[in-house]
Ligand binder design. Structure first.
Ligand code: SF4
Length: 344
């Protein structure tokens, strides 16, 4: 019987799931994921959590609990850096230790150390991740190559205009509604940490809510890396957090874009990096006139009614702005923003 590896549907699941799943499957393991987040999963995590932290970290606890009795191993990598010259928030590096300390009795945790700040991914990290399933380094490397191929397809789907959440659905063989048939009339961009935006529970399904209001959604994953770099270069200080850099770079790009009607920055309450980056994005938005902007701070107490009210008001404001533009003869451009990127 195949060894079962559990991958919680939380945090960087929304960025790397196709890569991780293919890697372990190629090595003969069976990958098991937790179910989409529910109130019950959230409550389970909350019961275990001691102290204050952001919602995404609380959620990962609930996902780990629901997976624990179904798998032989849990894959919770110790992620320090996932690209050159930037870091992830320190919560990621400490997560395997925190889980072991708070939840004794969990299946063994595969806590491969990934620190790509200087050299990108190393053979050592790849071998470390696969050595429980195969001893031959060539076999492990081949599994990684296959995983990269699948990952590239995942990125291409995102470049074609679907969200990462939909690209994962497509990777899993689920049906994704075709882009061509959608009749969206507004172009709205979302920025923020991917695990907050794409987890329908933590974002209160903002993507679907906006689509119901007639919006086509753009996200930072659709912007080329070079554009993100170019945008953040203008700042007086470097941004050292990977998702912080993406958020600010993408927000700056969208705020300058002719095609985007509105930008929403989704912030997790109690997120240290977001509280600083919000000031930078707010400042840029105050200086620009083209794109409507709002930030939404989200935590477990955010209600659906409050969310609907804010989104309705935001969309209504954009519609009025567009009507005004047409009246004064500027016209309203339709089009698409440049696509990109990501890489491991
Ligand atoms: S960056 Fe913010 S939301 Fe993400 S894990 Fe760190 S504190 Fe939580």
């Amino acid at each position: 019987m195949a060894i079962k590896v559990g991958i919680p549907r939380a945090l960087l699941y929304y960025r790397f799931y196709p890569l991780w799943k293919t890697f372990f499957t190629e090595l003969g393991a069976e990958v098991v994921t937790s179910q989409p987040t529910t109130q019950e999963i959230f409550r389970k995590g909350l019961k275990k959590f001691i102290g204050d932290t952001c919602l995404p970290m609380k959620l990962v606890f609930g996902h780990v609990i629901t997976l624990a009795d179904k798998v032989d191993y849990l894959f919770i990598p110790r992620l320090v850096s996932i690209e050159k010259d930037t870091y992830l928030c320190p919560h990621f590096a400490g997560l395997p230790d925190v889980l072991r300390a708070i939840m004794p009795g969990l299946p063994p945790i595969l806590d491969t150390h990934f620190n790509m700040k200087k050299k990108g991914i190393t053979m050592k990290s790849i071998y470390e991740a696969g050595k429980r399933f195969a001893k031959d380094p060539h076999k492990i490397y081949r599994a990684y190559q296959r995983a990269q191929e699948e990952y590239k397809k995942f990125l291409e789907r995102i470049r074609d205009g679907v969200t990462p959440q939909e690209a994962i659905q497509a990777f899993n063989g689920e049906e994704v509604p075709p882009l061509k048939g959608r009749r969206e009339r507004l172009n709205i961009a979302l920025v923020g940490n991917p695990y907050t935006i794409y987890d329908p529970f933590s974002s209160l399904n903002i993507i679907q809510r906006l689509r119901n209001l007639g919006a086509r959604i753009y996200t930072s994953e659709m912007i080329p890396d070079e554009t993100i770099e170019e945008m953040v270069c203008a700042l007086s200080k470097r941004i050292y957090w990977t998702f912080g850099k993406e958020t600010v770079g993408a927000a700056f790009h969208f705020l300058d874009s002719e095609e985007i009607d509105g930008l929403i920055y989704i912030i997790s309450f109690e997120c240290g990096p977001d509280s600083l980056l919000k000031e930078i994005v707010d400042d840029k938005a105050r200086g620009g006139k083209k794109v409507a902007y709002m930030s939404l701070v989200i935590d477990e107490h955010t209600g659906e009614t409050g969310m609907d009210t804010r989104l309705d008001a935001f969309v209504e404001m954009i519609r009025r702005q567009r009507t005004k533009k047409v009246r004064i003869g500027e016209g309203v451009k339709q089009g698409s923003v440049p696509k990109r990127r990501l890489g491991w």
